[in-house]
Design a protein around this ligand. Structure first.
Ligand SMILES: C[S@@+](CC[C@H](N)C(=O)[O-])C[C@H]1O[C@@H](n2cnc3c(N)ncnc32)[C@H](O)[C@@H]1O
Length: 212
């Protein structure tokens, strides 16, 4: 049954003329890379601290990153990196450092396996609640895809503000499915600078930067 669903999903990409995404999904399938959805219930996650796992990587995320002119001066954190779907996409760009932060060690173990299959060695991952990660001064880009509820989002944005006070610099926040947009722009130094659409997930993606 799963084969039929996978086949159907693959054919849908072809039908929409998304040949590059089709090839990427074919590679994921045949190399046995696990980026499958996992509900918060299955993962035993508390609704107060977390959301489910789903993958936002692939050519749709690339289309957004292509607008950012990434150079080796840039480094990125994926808050709530799960099985590594977005990290795999970030590894295609010249980021100096790529870090995934994930609450669940079992998802980090799967991500390690996925990265190993793809021979990606440029990514580090930490197992932690995102709100507890404060060592952020070396990073310029911060990615969120619906990882956690408002309270955790507010803590993480607070940590970014502290990091900016310690090391003033321009940073970019990329927020896919920006449910808590207000946490980012209310009484902070961040403002929305651009808006894209993730066509596979059918979510808006907002970009923010700090005010000069
Ligand atoms: C929607 S997935 C996004 C996965 C990945 N960023 C991507 O785009 O492909 C959200 C992830 O956030 C993780 N997560 C949820 N709450 C978290 C928290 N408080 N701290 C760190 N990670 C968390 C979940 O376990 C899940 O893997």
């Amino acid at each position: 049954m799963k084969v039929l669903t996978d086949l159907n999903n693959g054919l849908a990409f072809l039908h929409r003329g998304e040949f590059k995404e089709f090839l990427f999904r074919l590679k994921v399938y045949f190399k046995k890379i696990d980026l499958s959805y996992a509900s918060a219930d299955t993962l035993g996650l508390s609704a107060e601290r977390s959301h489910a796992y789903a993958d936002s990587g692939g050519t749709h995320l690339e289309k957004i990153l292509n607008h950012l002119n990434i150079t080796k001066e840039d480094s990125i954190v994926d808050f709530g990196s799960g099985k590594g779907g977005a990290l795999i996409t970030f590894a295609r760009y010249p980021f100096f450092k790529i870090m995934g932060v994930e609450l669940l060690p079992e998802l980090v173990a799967i991500a390690h396996k996925n990265l190993k299959i793809l021979r990606i060695s440029t990514v580090t991952m930490v197992v932690s609640d995102a709100a507890h990660v404060t060592d952020l001064n070396e990073y310029t880009h911060f990615y969120f895809y619906s990882p956690f509820p408002r309270n955790v989002m507010a803590d993480v944005i607070g940590n970014l503000e502290t990091s900016l006070r310690l090391k003033p610099r321009k940073i970019t926040i990329i927020y896919c499915n920006p449910e808590f947009h207000d946490c980012i722009v209310t009484d902070t130094r961040f403002s929305k600078t651009n808006e894209f659409h993730h066509n596979r997930l059918h979510h808006p993606v907002y970009l923010y930067s700090n005010k000069p």
